[in-house]
Design a protein around this ligand. Structure first.
Ligand code: GDP
Ligand code: MG
Length: 687
């Protein structure tokens, strides 16, 4: 592929609700440009964009794909994104390196949850956008209804740019309202506008012209003066309005039948902004505040893939200067030099070696040593740091259990690789439960991660809900005594301690005090008693959870001049503690999390009644416009799968964040259940 100046490059992300037809449409676009010579299909599992085994298995896009192609004088980087919300990290990355967005919506379903989210992402990033109504060949496809829906939902800035000719099985072309010409079939052969569409075409064209005129004073004056806007004025006016986000044209077609595809390619080149006409935000604390596109290199790493055979592959977008093969760059975020080897342009799984990636363009490089997603690559220190990609925090966690000892050994490194690939995945070890926890955006994402561990790294794991880090304490002060004595033949064992246990206020650390007077226990054995007590804290008497909130004083005891040893006093200390715990009215404590749920107002009732079943205490509500934020305190044990619950209650419209707040007593029936479960678990372990 030849080098293109930035004015001739378009980086366009395809966004939609899952299944609206992005991948099929991008395949049709690639085919129309000649970038591919065989048209793949989702059902056949042979599209350019979805080639990963995980994607083929599920028939959904999981990874963001970069699909470069050439159309006329321009180069298009189409970025096909996953619609499934678990993979929102990929969408965020794609949006960050695009100037324009095509929001794909199925003619059969109209605006869906994912359409709204897509619109919001594009809005936030200030992307120019157009809507493509796909699946016009399907039964019940209704273009005009969808245009109306968009205008009702997002206002009059949404304007139809086309009309479909026929619908369902008879759908065979489009009317272009700009040129007032008809184009038929996948070859877009020019034709007369069918007589029955002439009236509607005139009406929508008038609507479009008025909308264009309204975005520009000079055009408005002419328009109000009753003058016709000529073709050049209209096109230029529309282009400016789209780039500025003042208008969102609505186009139509069928990815599957390759209709409306050439028209969409034209529109991408004519209406979408060039990389130079878009603001180039820098990170807070960047040494240089402005990106000089003609200055030295500034490239943003927006995706990293790990493959055990190919190694690490780093995708970057050049925002300033150019990146050359076999050069040296500086990673501002890591404060480290990186050697750049051969550069590539990737299209799905095919790679083309290139010598240079110019400003505005997207490329990839293998085997970088330190760069991670979000980093800025430049040529020297103190250069610009580009605004990184903002990834949402994980909201769903599972515990990862290796299947075998061999899996355990390889688990850590493979998990690290996966988190490098997907910044919305986190992995950490929970010190309380000693489990390895994998967190992400939802159950599908962590399932895919587990499958990848198996396929890419040969590591077998089981995913389970994380253990709740319960704790145990006592409710009243008690005294407890234990005598460890074995004096049968030879050298005996002897240690005898008396402890006093007192509960401390919530959240206090355990305390230990020596109150022994008169040498009942010699001083040198006291540390051993304390060690025994600390050992005893590790497993409470109810269900074996750590013991907290206790002051333990050793106040008396006895010893034997020959048989006593540190070990004997340690044993006596821990056994005395166990007795004290049993007699002290033991209770279990559970972590309480503060959660903040944000949902459209309509779901408030459903959210509250669901929280009600989860032992939650609602702390407050903050309705703002259509959105309500509900704050509650709820036991962690009840919200281990809240991400999935929330998704099903709100069909994916809700979000939430949570943080551990404090511990509270577990109600007694629930304690009984936990104790019973623990006993069953122990019994099965012993077998
Ligand atoms: N009839 C028809 N089916 C389509 C069209 N576009 C996509 N599909 C089908 O809709 C399903 C989802 O398409 P896909 O491209 O994977 O959607 P994505 O999730 O947005 O990438 C697949 O079964 C496609 O074959 C279209 O234009 N017409
Ligand atoms: Mg897809």
């Amino acid at each position: 592929m030849k080098l293109y100046p930035p004015e001739k490059i378009r980086n366009v992300v395809f966004l939609s609700h899952n299944g609206a037809g992005k991948t099929t449409l991008s395949e049709a676009l690639l085919f129309a440009t000649g970038a591919i010579t065989r048209l793949g299909k989702i059902e056949a599992g042979n599209t350019t964009s979805d080639y990963d085994p995980d994607e083929l298995k599920r028939r959904i896009s999981i990874n963001l794909s970069i699909l470069p192609c050439e159309w006329g004088e321009a180069k298009l980087n189409l970025l096909d994104s996953p619609g499934y919300m678990d993979f929102v990290g990929e969408v965020r990355s794609a949006v960050r390196v695009s100037e324009g967005a095509v929001i794909v919506v199925a003619a059969t379903s109209g605006i869906e949850v994912g359409t709204e989210l897509a619109w919001d992402y594009a809005d936030e990033a200030g992307l120019a956008r157009l809507v493509f109504v796909s699946k016009m060949d399907r039964e019940n496809a209704n273009f005009l209804k969808i245009v109306e829906q968009f205008r009702a939902h997002y206002g009059a800035k949404c304007v139809a740019l086309q009309l479909p000719i026929g619908a369902h099985a008879d759908f065979n072309g489009i009317v272009d309202l700009m040129s007032m010409k008809a184009f038929i079939g996948s070859t877009s052969s020019e034709a007369e506008i069918p007589a029955e569409l002439a009236g509607k075409a005139q009406e929508l064209r008038a609507q479009m012209i008025e909308a264009v005129a309204e975005t520009d004073d000079a055009l408005m004056e002419k328009y109000l003066g009753g003058e016709e806007l000529n073709q050049t004025e209209l096109t230029a006016g529309l282009q400016k309005a789209v780039v500025e986000g003042k208008l969102v044209p609505i186009m139509v077609g069928s990815g599957l039948q390759s209709i409306g595809v050439r028209e969409l390619l034209n529109a991408l080149v004519e209406l979408m902004p060039s990389p130079l006409s878009h603001p180039l935000p820098v990170a807070e604390g960047s040494a240089t505040k402005e990106v000089d596109t003609s200055g030295p290199l500034a490239a943003l790493v927006f995706k990293t893939t790990a493959d055990p055979y190919v190694g690490k592959l780093t995708y970057f977008r050049v925002f300033a200067g150019a990146m050359d093969s076999n050069s040296q760059v500086w990673d501002v975020n890591q404060n480290a030099a990186e050697r750049i080897g051969q550069l590539y342009m990737l299209r799905g799984k095919t790679q083309e070696a290139v010598n240079r990636v110019e400003v505005g363009d997207i490329g990839a490089v293998a085997k970088l040593s330190t760069a991670v997603t979000g980093d800025t690559l430049t040529v020297q220190d103190k250069q610009v740091t580009l605004l990184p990609i903002s990834f949402p925090k994980p909201v769903f966690s599972v515990a990862v259990h290796p299947k075998t000892k061999a899996d355990l050994d390889k688990m850590g490194t493979s998990l690290t690789r996966l988190t490098e690939e997907d910044p919305t995945l986190r992995v950490y070890r929970d010190p309380d439960t000693a489990e390895t926890i994998l967190s992400g955006m939802g159950d599908t994402q962590v399932d895919v991660a587990a499958e990848r561990m198996q396929r890419k790294f040969g590591v077998g794991v089981d995913l389970k809900p994380p253990k709740v880090p319960y704790r145990e304490t006592i409710t009243r002060g008690v005294k407890a005594e234990f005598k460890h004595k074995k004096q049968t033949g030879g050298h005996g064992q002897y240690g005898h301690v008396m402890l006093e246990l007192e509960p401390l206020p919530q959240g206090s650390p355990n305390e230990f005090e020596n109150k022994v007077v008169g040498g009942a226990i010699p001083k040198n054995y006291i540390p051993a008693v304390e060690k025994g007590v600390i050992e005893g804290y590790k497993e409470g008497v109810l269900a074996g959870y750590p013991v907290v909130g206790l002051r333990v004083s050793v106040y008396d005891g006895s010893f034997h001049p020959v048989d006593s040893s540190e070990l004997c006093f340690k044993i006596a200390g821990s056994q005395a503690l166990k007795k004290g715990l049993t007699d002290g009215g033991p209770i279990m404590l559970e972590p309480i999390v503060k959660i903040k749920v944000t949902v459209p107002n309509d779901f408030t009732g459903d959210i509250l009644s669901d929280l009600n079943t989860k032992r939650a205490r609602v702390q407050g509500m903050n309705p703002q416009g259509d959105i309500n934020t509900i704050e509650a305190e709820v036991p962690m044990a009840e919200v281990l799968r809240y991400a999935t619950d929330l998704k099903s209650i709100t069909q994916g419209r809700g979000t939430y964040v949570s943080e551990v707040s404090h511990y509270e007593q577990v109600p007694s029936q629930i304690t009984e259940k936990i104790v019973a479960e623990r006993e069953a678990e122990k019994a099965s372990e012993d077998k």
